[in-house]
Write a protein that binds this ligand. Structure first.
Ligand code: ASP
Ligand code: MG
Length: 404
């Protein structure tokens, strides 16, 4: 008997009607003999609404309390979907993350799943029930409610699939698969039939909102077959594959971008061992993820150091960096939260040269100034001013002939 984990995102459960239509879909699988675990997000807009409430009271909400608040979004959906399933005559039961022992670490607002005890879920499945689990949440060892970071329901779904050794993890969303780039920016973007885990990981970490990055990491690590599909239209979606196709790979699979970026520079720090650590250490200790890092060649005995962080971490990172600057006797601290990152992604890059120069030429032709560059085996990223985002993405989509 096939065991499928299905995850429905916020838009897919955004209204009573949509919840009912999800229930009908789930019932079809159940009626044909499949075992189904459904993981749901909060109804669309709900998580943002709750965050807004918190910010109306605290400029920087207490992480623990924010998790208590945010976890309610998903709790609403599990109950409603289970009621809808019961109304269709499909036996079902809902569980919060804590109730099915989704054990996480204690990093509130961005907790990582450590362990899931599938026993309770299995017992329900064996009794012929559909199991509906709240995405995005868990509990730590002390029983505190935690959440997994924005988009975390994907990770819940993949982790459930791994724990239950499901046959497939299907992520139902408002798009019908993974695209060469965001169709809202480039209408000629094309759906990919398949993409490798590696590429998907890059796309996700670079800001493609289709799947949460931790979900992709998890799926890769535990060999969970993963598929992204639309909850509104029929179609094969995009399969995330393990092996690269034997056929010739496209050089570039997609263009990812991230609007949520901010850049910080500390100027005139001593050019000596330990300084990079002194700069990045306190930022990392504050649980802020540092992304691109550039240290310039020292012109004298001092050097400049620039790094990027998530825009929401910008004020906090700036505060920390100013303190570091005082300690190090740095010349000044500069910041810019009006930047974006645009990246080309493709495993085919490995075997083709000249990709970077073509990328830079395409941006130059549009008069777009590149502020920072970083590369890996399968991607090239540039930081540019925010106002160039759309133009840059379209220019690159065109330059690499990605259109349908
Ligand atoms: N509701 C959470 C969010 O909006 C988790 C999710 O939807 O995956 O980020
Ligand atoms: Mg989501």
């Amino acid at each position: 008997m096939a065991l499928i984990v299905q995850k429905y995102g916020g838009t897919s459960v955004g209204s009573v009607e949509r919840i009912q239509s999800v229930a009908r879909k789930v019932k079809t699988v159940h009626d044909s003999g499949g075992q189904v675990v459904v993981v749901v997000s909060a109804m669309s807009g709900e998580t943002n609404r709750l965050i807004g409430l918190a910010h109306a009271i605290q400029p920087r909400p207490t992480p623990r309390e924010l998790d208590v608040l945010l976890s309610t979004g998903e709790q609403v959906t599990i109950a409603l979907l289970t009621m809808a399933l019961e109304e269709t005559g499909c036996p079902a039961r809902s569980y919060t993350g804590g109730q099915v022992h989704i054990l996480t670490d204690s990093a509130h607002n961005k907790a990582r799943i450590r362990d899931i005890d599938g026993a309770r879920v299995r017992a329900d499945l064996d009794a012929g029930r559909v199991v509906v689990v709240a995405g995005f949440q868990g509990v730590d060892a002390e029983g505190n409610i935690t959440t997994l970071g924005r988009g975390g329901s994907d990770t819940t779904a993949v982790a459930m699939a791994a724990a239950l050794q499901a046959d497939e993890c299907q992520i139902y969303t408002d798009v019908d698969g993974v695209y060469t780039t965001d169709p809202r920016i480039e209408p000629r973007a094309r759906r990919l039939d398949r993409i490798t885990f590696e590429e998907m990981l890059e796309m996700a970490s670079l800001g493609s909102k289709v799947l949460q990055i931790r979900a992709v990491e998890f799926a890769g690590k535990y060999n969970v077959p993963l598929r992204v599909l639309s909850s509104f239209e029929e179609g094969p979606g995009t399969l995330i594959t393990f092996e690269e196709d034997a056929m010739e790979q496209a050089r570039i699979s997609g263009i990812a971008f991230n609007r949520d970026e901010a850049k910080l520079t500390i100027r005139g720090v001593p050019d000596q061992p330990g300084v990079a650590h002194k700069i990045v250490g306190p930022v990392a200790d504050a649980n802020i993820e540092v992304d691109m890092i550039v240290q310039n060649i020292a012109a004298d005995t001092t050097t400049d150091f620039t790094f990027t962080v998530n825009r929401s971490d910008y004020p906090h990172a700036l505060e920390i960096l100013r303190r570091t600057a005082d300690e190090l006797g740095a010349r000044e601290v500069l910041g810019d939260d009006g930047i974006v990152k645009i990246s080309l992604v493709g495993v085919g890059m490995r075997s083709h040269s000249g990709i970077a120069s073509r990328m830079f030429a395409a941006l130059a032709a549009e008069g777009i100034n590149i502020q920072m560059i970083s590369t890996s085996e399968i991607k090239i990223s540039v930081v540019v001013a925010e106002k160039y985002l759309e133009l840059g993405v379209r220019a690159l989509h065109e330059a690499f002939s990605l259109a349908a």
